[in-house]
Unconditional design. Structure first.
Length: 414
C-alpha cells in the first residue's frame, strides 16, 4: 500500500440512507423483511425520539406492510392517526400497561384490531398517553415479555421492559397466532445493536481509547477526507437552503413538525437554480415574512405542496449531493417528503461540519464563515434571506472545491 492509499484519521462527511435515516456505513435496510398483517399498526412517536439514531419504531414501520409512523405529541397534530382510529372493521386499542389493561396472553381479541403503539422513553410514552384523552379512552392491552430485552445499547428501567420493536414482535405474534412469522423483524434490530456495540468497542474503524497510531506519510496530492467529496463529486454538488413557518416552539399552530414555506437550491458547478414558496397549510406566523425578508403575499401566494414536490422532482438528479448549513434543510427535506420521485437515497454534506474540520474550531454564522474564509458569494438567484444565504453556501462550496482541486477551480456561474 502506498502513501496515497493510507487511511486518514480525519472523518468523512456521512452519507445518510433516506430510507432508514442511518449513516450508510451502518444502514440496516438489507436486513428488513416485508411482513403483511391483519393488524393495523399505528406508532405515535414522541418528537424527541424521532432523531434518536437507535430508533426501533422506524425499523418496525419499515418491516410491516401498512404500518404508519406518526411523530406528534397530540392527536390534533396527527390527523392521519386520528382518522385511522375510527376504522369500524378493526377497532382501535392502545398497547400500554397499567391498571385496567387487558392481558393479551389470556384474553386476546377474536377480531382484527388497530393497534396504537407509543414510542419514546417511558416518561415520554406516559406523557403521550396521559395528554391524549382519545388514547386513554381506548381499550388497553398489556403483555409480559418471555425474555429479557436485546436492547443492549440502552438500559431498560426494569427487566420486563423491552424496546418498541421487541414489543411489536411479541404482541403481533399473539394477535395473529403466529409468533414465528414476526421474528425476522428482530434481524435488522440485532444488526443495528451489534453494529453500534462494535463501534463502541472500536471494531469498525473507530479509534480505541488509549491506543496511539503512527501518523501516515501523506502523498503529494493528498487531500483530507472531509474534502474528497468536493473533488470526486464536484459535478453533483447542489446547495440547499430552506425556511420554515416561524411559529415558536410549544405553540399549538406550530404542531410537532416544522412547516416548509421556502425552498431554494443551486447547482455549484453550473449555477442552475430552483426557487419556490410553498403556501402554508394553516396560518402564517406573524414574524415569518419579517424573518424571511419577503412580502407576506409571496408566501401566502406560494404553490401547493403537491405542485412543489412535482417541480422539485424534475430538478433533482439521482446522483445529486446536497450541501447544507447545519441540519435544518435536511430535516425539512425529510419532514416534507421532498425526495426525488425515484426514492433515491441522496447524500447530504453539512458545510458547517466541513468548516469545523477545515478550521479545527468553531465556524460561527454562515455569513461570518463565508466572509472570513474569502468565499465569494454566488449571484443571488432567489428572493429574501434565503437567496442571500444560498449565495453564501454556493460560495463556500466552491471554495472547498478549489481547496480540494486547486489546479481546476470552479468558475463563477454566468
Amino acid at each position: 500500500m502506498n502513501a496515497k492509499d493510507l487511511a486518514t484519521s480525519t472523518p468523512e462527511p456521512r452519507v445518510i440512507c433516506q430510507r432508514c435515516w442511518r449513516p450508510e456505513s451502518v444502514c440496516y435496510c438489507r436486513h428488513l423483511p416485508h411482513i403483511k398483517t391483519r393488524t393495523k399498526v399505528l406508532v405515535l412517536q414522541h418528537p424527541r425520539e424521532r432523531d434518536v439514531p437507535i430508533n426501533t419504531a422506524r425499523i418496525a414501520a419499515l418491516c410491516l406492510e401498512g404500518a404508519e409512523l406518526h411523530v406528534a405529541t397530540s392527536l390534533a397534530n396527527a390527523p392521519g392517526l386520528a382518522r385511522a382510529l375510527r376504522d369500524p372493521e378493526r377497532p382501535a386499542a392502545v398497547l400500554f400497561p397499567g391498571e385496567g389493561a387487558i392481558d393479551l396472553e389470556t384474553n386476546p381479541p377474536d377480531h382484527p384490531v388497530t393497534l396504537v403503539v407509543l414510542d419514546g422513553t417511558w416518561w415520554q410514552a406516559n406523557k403521550l398517553f396521559r395528554s391524549n384523552p382519545e388514547l386513554a379512552a381506548l381499550p388497553r392491552y398489556s403483555f409480559r415479555p418471555n425474555a429479557p430485552s436485546h436492547y443492549r445499547i440502552r438500559r431498560e428501567p426494569h427487566d420486563d421492559y423491552v424496546s418498541t420493536i421487541e414489543a411489536l414482535v411479541h404482541v403481533l405474534g399473539v394477535l395473529e397466532n403466529d409468533p414465528q412469522r414476526f421474528l425476522p423483524m428482530l434481524v435488522p434490530f440485532d444488526a443495528m445493536v451489534d453494529t453500534q456495540l462494535a463501534y463502541a468497542r472500536g471494531e469498525r474503524g473507530g479509534p480505541r481509547q488509549g491506543t496511539r497510531h503512527a501518523r501516515p506519510t501523506r502523498a503529494p496530492d493528498y487531500i483530507p477526507a472531509h474534502l474528497r467529496v468536493f473533488r470526486e463529486r464536484r459535478a453533483d454538488l447542489v446547495c440547499l437552503f430552506a425556511e420554515a413557518n416561524a411559529w415558536t416552539y410549544g405553540s399549538p399552530e406550530r404542531g410537532d413538525e416544522e412547516e416548509l414555506v421556502q425552498w431554494v437550491a443551486q447547482r455549484v458547478e453550473t449555477g442552475e437554480s430552483f426557487s419556490a414558496f410553498v403556501a402554508p397549510r394553516g396560518a402564517l406566523a406573524p414574524s415569518t415574512a419579517f424573518h424571511l425578508q419577503v412580502p407576506v403575499e409571496s408566501i401566502l401566494g406560494g404553490e401547493s405542496s403537491a405542485a412543489f414536490r412535482e417541480r422539485w422532482a424534475s430538478f433533482v438528479r439521482l446522483d445529486d449531493v446536497f450541501c447544507t448549513w447545519g441540519p435544518q434543510a435536511a430535516r425539512l427535506f425529510r419532514a416534507n417528503h421532498t425526495a426525488s420521485a425515484s426514492g433515491a437515497a441522496h447524500r447530504f454534506v453539512d458545510l458547517r461540519a466541513v468548516g469545523r474540520l477545515s478550521s479545527a474550531g468553531r465556524v460561527g454564522a454562515l455569513a461570518d464563515f463565508a466572509r472570513t474564509n474569502g468565499a465569494a458569494s454566488a449571484d443571488v438567484v432567489a428572493p429574501g434571506r434565503a437567496g442571500l444565504r444560498l449565495g453564501e453556501l454556493v460560495g463556500i462550496a466552491r471554495a472547498f472545491v478549489a481547496k480540494a482541486a486547486p489546479v481546476a477551480p470552479i468558475a463563477s456561474a454566468v
